[in-house]
Design a binder for this molecule. Structure first.
Ligand SMILES: C[S@@+](CC[C@H](N)C(=O)[O-])C[C@H]1O[C@@H](n2cnc3c(N)ncnc32)[C@H](O)[C@@H]1O
Length: 204
């Protein structure tokens, strides 16, 4: 699964190895600080990393990528690893409120040898970050997520949200309070899941 997600990006052996190191780090730290569900610990590469890689494949070239609620680094750390090779000029910012997860994110950046900024804060308490692209995975239902994202999106920015099989009901709910243009991408990890690409976001 990871190999097929990476294939269109044509990354180097070094980048593949870094993603392997990331998987090892998540597996090592997760039992102590709960980075991914215990039931998915054996699927860090095939599920969590592959899911994150596909966001990079969808994204246009941007200057500033902000990942909200990064947790164990999905997608933020994966984006930072890919950007180190493919878009070294792009800045990657991860916002996370949990202290131990922020320690993990900073440690992982250092051990992976890639650039990235970790901001320990609640999303709604931070001054607007003016991102060109906002991502968030497994953070909140879409109506709430759009509020989080809107705060940090620059004019003309876009957002990418991986969503599970109940995405259509979240979408109907979100349409009651938000206007936006939407493109959906079927997930390579799970055909019932999607990545929502949101543009032109405004309050209804
Ligand atoms: C379910 S985890 C998902 C983590 C990661 N994105 C993933 O897909 O594995 C949600 C993360 O968002 C963080 N979080 C939740 N609400 C937040 C908020 N308002 N501000 C900052 N971080 C938040 C939590 O601490 C947690 O690490």
């Amino acid at each position: 699964m990871l190999a097929s997600a990476l294939e269109p990006l044509n990354v180097s052996r070094e980048t593949e190895q870094r993603l392997g190191v990331l998987a090892d780090l998540v597996q090592k730290w997760s039992p102590r600080i709960n980075l991914v569900a215990r039931s998915t610990l054996g699927e860090v590469e095939s599920r969590h990393i592959a899911d994150s890689v596909q966001l990079f494949g969808i994204a246009p070239e941007v200057t500033k990528w902000v990942d909200l609620g990064s947790g164990g680094g999905f997608p933020g750390l994966v984006i930072a690893v890919l950007a180190a090779e493919l878009r070294p000029e792009m800045s990657v910012v991860m916002v996370e409120s949990d202290t131990r997860k922020c320690v993990f994110l900073r440690t992982a950046l250092r051990e992976l040898g890639v650039e990235g900024q970790v901001m320990q804060s609640r999303i709604e308490a931070l001054s607007p970050l003016d991102a060109d692209l906002v991502s968030a995975r497994a953070l909140a239902p879409l109506p709430k997520l759009l509020g989080y994202a809107k705060r940090h999106m620059a004019i003309d920015a876009m957002a990418l949200f991986p969503k599970g099989s109940n995405w259509q009901s979240e979408l109907s709910e979100a349409r009651k309070s938000w206007h936006f243009d939407l493109e959906t991408h079927t997930s390579v990890v799970d055909p019932s899941s999607v990545i929502l690409e949101v543009r032109e976001l405004s309050n209804a």
